[in-house]
Design a protein around this ligand. Structure first.
Ligand code: MG
Length: 383
């Protein structure tokens, strides 16, 4: 039986790399659903190549264009996020790949979990904004979240060696991003174009900026807390510029299990799609002699204050991580347009966290309200 895949966000970096893995294994997978926000051309060509049963364009104004261009195919075309939330629950879907960008992925991910699906989750903001709610929904509906984020896939793989032993610490590796070796003054003047030159990983623009500010690593600490039920203080970020060790877990006896590989997102994507089997994904293999050595260092919270803010937000709990994510989405969008400076991102994030209307046990409504309120406040700091 082929696994039938729904890809939320098929035209982004994770989406296209997911389709590349599927392209290599037509005997194992078929594409049940693809969706995009507004990338009409790529969505249409993906629908044709993979003969997707359902095609969703989230921007409703682009529906006519997509529909007209697929009128000679068997693909059913839908518009809007509500359609997406309905379709991911369908019986024809085995695995939902959550690859939408930011907070927008929350509702469709929750819908998939409510239907008891396997969710291969790349969209970390879903767990940052509503980790308690998302993991509770998963448990209540016997759904499964398989991590696609490379660090969390690594931790998941390391834990396969745990044999029931609890881990004592996670060592979450960070490339350090493009500004790892820059002085603070130079970082302060860096433009989005500089930040978008990521040394190791091929990613979308939002996560690449988050990587430059280390917000991405902060969000990954929060993501790891929810996925693996670990205290934030037991999640230790270590800068590892080569991005070869994808993360590690430590046990009570001091033994550390690491997962290594060339940095290529198709590896964690392939593992989530084919779990527990392993499949080829077309990546390079490690050559240890050519690598020579691997290096590790502590992160610098002075040059990268977003990482500190993430620890503060998750220690505070409730809707604080949601607020941090909402502020950061607005700030990163403004930075990408060169409207604010690099350290304005963390300044806006810090001010929004400080002014938060705190809710200790936020409902889904509270989460949406926090997201909207904080986005408005953050926008106020930009104009
Ligand atoms: Mg990652």
């Amino acid at each position: 039986m082929k696994r039938r895949i729904a890809i939320l966000g098929s035209t982004g970096s994770i989406g296209t790399q997911t389709l590349d893995v599927i392209r290599q294994h037509p005997d194992l997978f078929e594409v049940e659903l693809i969706s995009a926000r507004r990338s009409v051309d790529l969505l249409v060509s993906q629908a044709r190549e993979f003969n997707a049963a359902n095609v969703v364009i989230c921007d409703e104004s682009a529906y006519d264009a997509v529909s007209a261009r697929l009128s000679d195919t068997d693909c059913k075309v839908w518009a809007g996020v509500d359609s997406l939330c309905q379709l991911v629950k369908g019986e024809q879907v085995d695995i939902v790949v959550g690859a939408m960008v930011g907070f927008s992925g929350l509702r469709p991910t929750l819908a998939a979990l409510e239907a008891g699906k396997i969710v291969a989750l790349a969209n970390k903001e879903t767990l940052v904004a509503a980790g308690e709610l998302v993991t509770r929904t998963m448990r209540e509906h016997n759904a499964v979240i398989l991590p696609v984020d490379s660090e969390h896939s690594a931790i998941f793989q390391c834990l396969l060696a745990a044999q029931g032993n609890e881990l004592t610490r996670i060592h979450l590796t960070a490339s350090g991003g493009p500004f790892r070796t820059w002085e603070r003054d130079r970082i302060a003047t860096a433009k989005a174009a500089d930040a978008l030159k990521h040394p190791n990983w091929d990613m979308g623009s939002k996560v690449t900026i988050d990587s430059a500010t280390m917000m991405n690593k902060g969000f990954e600490v929060i993501e790891a807390k929810w996925l693996f039920d670990v205290k934030p203080s037991d999640i230790h970020v270590v800068v590892h510029p080569e991005s070869v060790v994808h993360s590690m877990v430590e046990f009570v006896d001091g033994a550390v299990i690491a997962q290594l590989g060339c940095p290529d997102m198709r590896e964690p994507i392939g593992f989530a799609l084919s779990f527990p089997q392993r499949i080829t994904v077309g990546n390079r293999k490690l050559d240890f002699a050519a690598l020579g050595s691997l290096s590790f260092q502590d992160p610098d919270l002075d040059r990268f204050p977003n990482l500190r803010l993430a620890y503060e937000a998750i220690e505070r709990g409730g809707n604080a991580p949601c607020a941090l994510n909402a502020a950061n989405e607005v700030a990163v969008a403004a930075y990408l347009k060169d409207r604010i400076s690099f350290y304005d991102i963390s300044r806006i994030n810090e001010k929004c966290l400080a002014g938060l209307n705190f809710a200790a046990q936020p409902s889904l409504e509270d989460i949406f309200e926090t997201n909207n309120e904080i986005a408005a406040i953050a926008n106020g700091y930009i104009d």
